[in-house]
Design a protein around this ligand. Structure first.
Ligand SMILES: [Zn+2]
Length: 298
């Protein structure tokens, strides 16, 4: 799943490619992705892309006051074309969720670089369809945006802001970091990375962290995300997934050596996800109970 750094890089990429272009067409490939009906996607036709923003993991194309907003969810992705396929999108066929055609004639660098008709597809692999598209007059009309917690890369997000969020929370810190209404943009992968960098157990209770641990968590949050944004920045959309994977130190690396201490990265599995951690760096060498594994061993 794309998280804050990849969505930020996609926003930057779209800002560069699409700002100033006019929406020439919006084709819905899978009707289930469309979460709003008024205004309809056709209302975007003829409007100029004036800005591209990120809210948590949501991308927001501002077109003269109407917003095309999407959330890529777990298996969604954006595919950019310098020349969009001419054939209209066929609903219900393949991974195509939404196709946006742009007219960039006479506007900015995109027009100079691409003589064809540019645009992008939103695609979603697999059978679990979670990708969501909204056409709204204000981003706040999207429930997932209205309820977002603070952005961890915002200037106003300082160590006191994080301490305020953690104070009194009985949630495990792993779950808290992933909760979009608490902190916006962090998901399963970067929460593993942040906790590893902060040398904290994923199961530590947020409200019981000591001042020193809160400081470590804050520093790790900012450094891991800033580093990932820098690594993703300037890359074309198609390279972002590999860049994300290559930057991971524990996430998705079960059984491999921790790059900090050499201990073996361990995993805890849940029904539909898993977390990875380094026992030496994060839990004083203790192995966290893996319920799935213990069940198999019974
Ligand atoms: Zn380690």
């Amino acid at each position: 799943m794309p998280e804050l750094p990849e969505v930020e890089a996609l926003a930057e990429f779209l800002r560069r490619q699409a700002t100033g272009c006019v929406v020439a067409g919006v084709e819905v490939g899978a009707i289930s992705v469309l979460k709003t009906f008024d205004p309809p996607p056709s209302a975007l036709h003829g409007l100029q892309v004036s800005a591209v923003a990120r809210h948590g993991k949501f991308l927001d194309l501002d077109t003269d006051g109407l917003h095309l907003i999407f959330h890529l969810a777990r298996a969604g992705w954006l595919r950019w074309y310098d020349d969009v396929p001419r054939a209209p999108a066929r609903p219900g066929k393949g991974p195509l969720a939404l196709r946006v055609r742009l007219d960039c004639a006479g506007t900015g660098p995109a027009a100079e670089e691409s003589p064809g008709s540019p645009g992008f597809d939103l695609t979603e692999a697999g059978t679990q369809k979670r990708l969501a598209v909204y056409v709204v007059r204000s981003p706040a009309e999207v429930p997932g945006i209205a309820s977002l917690g603070p952005d961890p890369l915002a200037d106003s997000f300082d160590v006191a802001a994080l301490a305020g969020i953690l104070a009194g929370s009985r949630q495990q810190v792993k779950g808290l970091l992933r909760d979009q209404s608490v902190i916006a943009g962090v998901g399963n992968a970067y929460s593993d990375e942040v906790l590893h960098a902060a040398r904290l157990s994923p199961f530590a209770i947020a409200g019981r962290l000591e001042e020193e641990e809160v400081k470590r968590l804050y520093t790790a949050l900012r450094e891991v995300l800033t580093g990932a944004v820098a690594a993703a920045s300037g890359r074309p959309a198609k390279e972002l997934k590999d860049a994300k994977r290559a930057g991971m130190r524990v996430h998705g690396r079960t059984g491999q050596p921790c790059p900090v201490c050499g201990d073996m990265v361990r995993e805890v599995s849940f029904a539909d996800s898993s977390l990875q951690y380094c026992p030496t760096c994060q839990t004083g060498g203790r192995h966290l109970a893996d319920r799935r594994l213990s069940r198999l061993l019974k």
